[in-house]
Write a protein that binds this ligand. Structure first.
Ligand code: FAD
Length: 460
């Protein structure tokens, strides 16, 4: 990037917030997504909405690509500066502006870490439900932009269900407000929803107003072991059919169970076809009643064994198995691709079986675990990115997994977004008309295509 532009950015945000050394640029050339990396020309960390506005106005005039970035934990290459340009680091926006406990809303800057925010609202007996595995590191801005979910998705939904309003800097530097604190607000196009999940391709979020819910009074966790995958699938559907919506309903397949047991020795039977981890939450009396009903349903669907946590220590022990799933798989090989192909809940056993067949067909190692209650599975491929022949097979396996999900009536992403990794499958899900409608929105809001170019809807 030319010196006079760097000097102009120094003037706009302060030279100490403009990084240009090779070492610094290297740190922002990748994120948590394997296989994608590119050096930016500069990293800029603005501290106010006005600074973001001025940086974008200049970038837009000069047609310099801009990649907003929170903590860089996304799994879709959302922050990788594939065309060079500016990585716009939003971590200085780290203030919780207001917790309005009486109205169950809060307004937060996008660089606030999700777990810090949840600790703050917990003091008011409140909960912000979206809880990705990265709560301790991911930012509010990143989770809103990815429409992130997590373990509580079945009962509580994903980020978009909690975002009430946004402050956004558009690609040309203009600042807009969408939504706000009103519970009922149907005025105009729903720009809040449009920008939620837009993966930094339409503008930069500088303020977020979220809905909070009362924190549940009690919870009860249990683990059920199945020697037959179909019975586990039937149990998942039967729990919901019995009008119980657990906060968490997770599954691990046999490959994951074996790996977890080898890694963490938590006492899982390695020949089980599936393990379900279920947690109900809410008012104590209701929790007891729902837990009893869930046990009845699990027994009726031939669970081989059910362990119910009697206290927080036992709950933690049950959760240890699920928490170990990703680290255990990741330890097997140097490279880990965590996908999030999602299918209607009743198709979870079909999807798990199909992934197993795909793994055998292409001779790759895949463990499947995930949020079975909402059909959001994480087929996790472990491999070695340095082995070109293996990567060819991994790519074929991935193509087949996403094609299977779509053929089962599913979607490319339950929570991780599209970014670059899944871009090539978008037309399979949305058709050419669907993609061109999305591209029209992109062109209208970002005519020079500076915002995260080439991602989500492809080249402008
Ligand atoms: C081990 C592991 C477990 C995970 N578990 C889950 C999970 O359970 N559920 C889940 O949903 N995800 C999960 N993720 C993915 C990831 O944590 C989420 O996508 C998270 O939302 C990213 O937050 P971040 O702050 O790191 O955002 P980043 O990675 O920095 O950015 C994500 C996207 O948002 C854009 N962006 C960031 N800030 C802004 C802003 N202020 N304005 C506009 N655009 C912006 C970026 O351009 C990028 O496209 C996991 C990832 C890992 C590595």
């Amino acid at each position: 990037m030319q010196n006079h532009l760097i000097e102009a950015f120094n003037q706009l945000v302060g030279a100490e917030h403009v990084l240009t050394s090779k070492e610094d640029l290297r740190c922002y050339s990748y994120d948590a997504t394997p296989g994608f990396s590119h050096m930016p020309d500069v990293v800029i960390a603005p501290g106010t909405t006005e600074e973001v506005s001025k940086v974008l106005a200049l970038a837009n005039n000069e047609k310099i690509p801009v990649y907003p970035r929170g903590s860089g934990t996304n799994l879709s290459a959302g922050t990788v500066p594939m065309q060079g340009g500016i990585v716009l680091l939003m971590t200085r926006f780290d203030k919780i502006i207001e917790i309005d406990a009486a109205n169950l809303v809060a307004t937060v800057e996008p660089g606030v870490i999700v777990a810090d925010f949840n600790n703050a609202v917990a003091q008011f007996g409140l909960l912000y439900p979206p809880d990705p595995g990265t709560v301790a590191t991911a930012t509010l801005g990143g989770t809103v932009s990815e429409n992130a979910g997590g373990l509580r998705g079945l009962k509580y939904g994903v980020s978009k269900h909690y975002i009430m309003g946004l402050e956004i800097v558009l690609a040309d530097g203009r600042i807009i407000q969408t939504g706000g604190k009103n519970v009922k607000d149907v005025a105009g196009y729903d720009l809040t929803k449009l920008f939620t999940g837009s993966e930094g391709t339409l503008g930069v979020i500088t303020k977020v107003t979220v809905k909070l819910v009362p924190a549940p009074e009690a919870s009860k966790a249990m683990l059920a072991i199945f020697s037959d995958l179909d019975n586990a699938g039937k149990a998942i559907s039967a729990i919901i059919a019995n009008k119980i919506i657990p906060a968490t309903l997770e599954i691990m397949d046999n490959a994951t169970i074996r790996t977890v047991e080898d890694y963490a020795k938590v006492g899982l039977p390695i020949d089980a076809e599936a393990v379900l981890l279920i947690e109900v939450d809410g008012i104590l009396a209701v929790v007891e009643k729902e837990a009893a009903k869930v046990i009845e349903v699990l027994q009726a669907n031939h669970a081989d064994a059910i362990q119910v946590a009697k206290d927080p220590a036992e709950r933690d022990k049950l959760w240890a198995a699920r928490r170990a799933a990703l680290p255990a798989l990741a330890k097997l090989r140097p490279t880990t691709f965590v996908e999030d192909a999602t299918v209607p809940r009743s198709k979870v056993p079909d999807m798990i079986r199909a992934v197993k067949q795909t793994a055998a067909k292409y001779n790759v190692t895949i463990g499947t675990f995930g949020h079975a209650g909402d059909g959001n599975l994480h087929p996790t491929i472990v491999c070695d990115i340095r082995d070109a022949a293996e990567m060819e097979r991994v790519q074929q396996a991935m193509d087949e997994i996403f094609a299977t999900a779509i053929s089962l009536g599913g979607t490319l992403s339950g929570e991780h977004g599209i970014g670059l990794g899944k871009l090539k499958y978008m037309e399979d899900q949305f058709g050419t008309a669907g993609i061109s409608a999305m591209q029209a929105i992109k062109k209208a809001l970002d005519p020079n295509c500076i915002m995260n170019p080439g991602k989500l809807v492809g080249e402008c």
